[in-house]
Design a protein around this ligand. Structure first.
Ligand code: GDP
Ligand code: MG
Length: 600
């Protein structure tokens, strides 16, 4: 125990966390040179392709300092706000954090957010400025980081995660400064309870051979291979087929001791049995009811998007894939859903737009699925006839509610002073209210409030573009506010297409309506008769386009019912048979059209 150190690397996105982890893997000879590759811990294809970390990645390393051998458990973490639940779980499994700042960028919004989270978890924090191969004398970044940490400039480490310069010194400081693992609980329970071994499940994974793996941090006693354990929240028992360490591959061992991290092969196939944040105790203690470890506050999903099977994919495939993904992404929230036009689907709650994009790519790539997705929606609280309820489905939104409240976020924007005016100009485009501002080195920290719906509406891109990429931001949910929002329905040939229904802020209603019907006009194939595309709100048509009748370009199919089938067959062939046809009213809306129109 005395010679174990558990720590994380935290930073704003791209400041070099995963690259620093590479140097640590090398320095400790955890991964041999032949197998080394950049951002080694980013194991998902998607992480490698996009160059971002999505999952926390634990690794056990061994290292000798001054003749003493140490076990170092490191967790590399993602930087983006959408994955903050990954970070918060990693923080509860460790005692220390390296807070890394890119010398070329300086302190950015996630630097602040991550530091706050690490402090809230009571971690020992070591500051380091990275990329000194690019900026050999990073005075400003050092000063800014020292100010944040309340440290002296000499206490900030200078490293290059690329060349490895300064990395041994930084690791030595981790060993010196981060305390050995803490033990829970500290003497407030009866004797037997205290001695019950306990481990916290901080992550999980589905393994085709071993079943569900629970990633644990042991807070008391040891968990041994072959013993029977109980998961307290789900009351599930299993005989452990295997326990082991992350090196970073899964390597079996006899036991995971107090203060250590590792995995348990539960043998379970049923994802619901392994709950993130649950406490693992030995099965023998059944009945003594030791107090569980604190666990986690589950994150509130903010954006809801429905997935509908498409092509060769069945509903059950989609359901199973999402269950599997939930094991590695505890922030996913899945509920059944059904839609007139698209059939049975699943409504998935996400922590943000990137979280959605990553999840849908994983469904496509790791599970080979085809699906359609609805417009993103958020949860509104709606009052009608003196009752209030939460509405997540746009088509359930009443035509004329008495009052509507929408979720708000508290946002922190960090921007170089010269871009202040440009950033403030965003208040003309978005319902952004600016509150407190303060100087932070060369930067201004702007605190504000923004409706969540505005964040989804491209706030990210716009902020980046007005600030030439220099502004960064972080946010968290912060209550709700009254708003004026309405249901916008799209009618094709006189029939509403539920999948295209959206809730829109009143002052954007006209514009959204226009844009949508115009886009649909360009996307929908011509039919044999002229037809209308209309946008409707509060029972009124507020925008309209007409698709002219089709020219006889696909061959002459005549006008009777039988030929319609033939026409569809041909059309299908033209889509290379891969897509199922959607029928909405008299008009066929192909998956491709849905896909296009549902794009942001
Ligand atoms: P993360 O998002 O914090 O994990 O950052 P990554 O480790 O993925 O690094 C982001 C980018 O910065 C990558 O292109 C790295 O090659 C680069 N990078 C990281 N550390 C250094 C460094 O010390 N020097 C230089 N020149 N580039 C670095
Ligand atoms: Mg990374």
């Amino acid at each position: 125990m005395e010679h174990i150190r558990n720590f994380v690397i935290i930073a704003h996105i791209d400041h070099g966390k995963s690259t620093l982890a590479d140097r640590l893997l090398e320095l400790t000879h955890t991964v041999d040179a032949r197998h080394m590759r950049a951002q080694y811990l980013d194991q998902l294809d998607l992480e490698r392709e996009r160059g971002i970390t999505i999952k926390m990645a634990p690794v056990r390393m061994e290292y000798s300092l001054d003749g003493q051998k140490y076990v170092l458990n490191l967790i590399d973490t993602p930087g983006h706000s959408d994955f903050s639940y990954e970070v918060s779980r990693a923080l509860t499994a460790v005692e220390g954090a390296i807070l890394l700042v890119d010398a070329t960028k300086g302190v950015q919004a996630q630097t602040l957010a991550k530091l706050r989270a690490a402090r809230n978890s009571g971690l020992t924090i070591i500051g380091a400025v990275n990329k000194i191969d690019l900026v050999p004398d990073p005075e400003k970044a050092i000063q800014a980081l020292a100010d944040l940490l309340g440290a002296r400039k000499e206490e900030i480490f200078k490293v290059s995660a690329k060349t490895g310069e300064g990395v041994p010194e930084l690791l030595a400081e981790v060993i010196r400064k981060v305390p050995p693992p803490r033990i829970h609980p500290i003497g407030e329970y009866g004797k037997t309870e205290i001695s019950v071994p306990r481990a916290l499940i901080f992550d999980s994974l589905y393994d085709d051979h071993k079943g569900i793996l629970a990633y644990i941090r042991v807070f008391r006693g040891a968990i041994r291979a072959g013993e029977t354990v109980r998961l307290m929240a789900t009351d599930a028992e299993c005989k452990l087929k295997e326990v082991g360490y992350f090196i970073p591959k899964l390597i079996a061992t006899d036991e995971i001791r107090q203060g250590e991290m590792g995995y348990l092969a539960t043998g379970f196939k049923e994802p619901a049995l392994v709950k993130i944040g649950d406490t693992v105790i030995p099965g023998d203690f059944h009945g003594t009811n030791p107090p569980p470890l604190p666990g986690y506050r589950e994150p509130a999903p903010v954006v809801f998007i429905s997935f509908y099977p498409d092509g060769a994919t069945k509903f059950a495939d989609l359901e199973r894939a999402l269950e599997r993904l939930r094991l590695t992404d505890a922030a996913l929230n899945v509920e059944p859903d059904a839609n007139e036009a698209l059939g049975r689907g699943l409504k998935v709650g996400f922590l943000g737009q990137l979280h959605f994009e990553i999840t849908s790519s994983r469904l496509e790539r790791e599970f080979n699925l085809q699906f359609l997705t609805s417009f993103p929606s958020i949860a509104y609280r709606v009052k009608e006839n003196n009752t209030t309820r939460i509405i997540k489905e746009p088509h359930e939104f009443p035509a004329s509610p008495d009052e509507v409240w929408e979720p708000m976020i508290a946002i922190e924007i960090l921007v170089p002073t010269q871009y202040l005016q440009k950033v403030l100009s965003l208040t003309n485009v978005f319902e952004l209210s600016v509150g407190h501002m303060k100087t932070l080195g060369d930067n201004l920290l702007i605190e504000g409030r923004l409706p969540l719906s505005e964040l989804i509406r491209d706030f990210d891109d716009q902020l980046k573009s007005v600030s030439a990429g220099f502004a960064s931001f972080s946010y968290e949910l912060a209550g709700e506010e009254k708003t004026e929002a309405e249901k916008l329905e799209i009618l094709v040939a006189g029939e509403a297409v539920p999948a295209l229904t959206r809730i829109v802020r009143k002052n954007e209603l006209e514009r959204e309506a226009r844009v949508t019907v115009e886009r649909l006009k360009t996307l929908l194939p011509a039919q044999q008769f002229t037809q209308a595309i209309q946008a409707q709100a509060q029972g009124r048509i507020i925008a309209r386009e007409t698709i002219a009748a089709m020219k006889k370009q696909l061959g002459d199919f005549g006008k009777n019912g039988g030929d319609r089938t033939r026409k569809m067959k041909l059309w299908k062939k033209q889509q290379r048979g891969k897509a199922r046809l959607k029928e909405a009213g008299k008009v066929i809306i192909s998956p491709e059209v849905f896909r296009e129109i549902l794009k942001k």
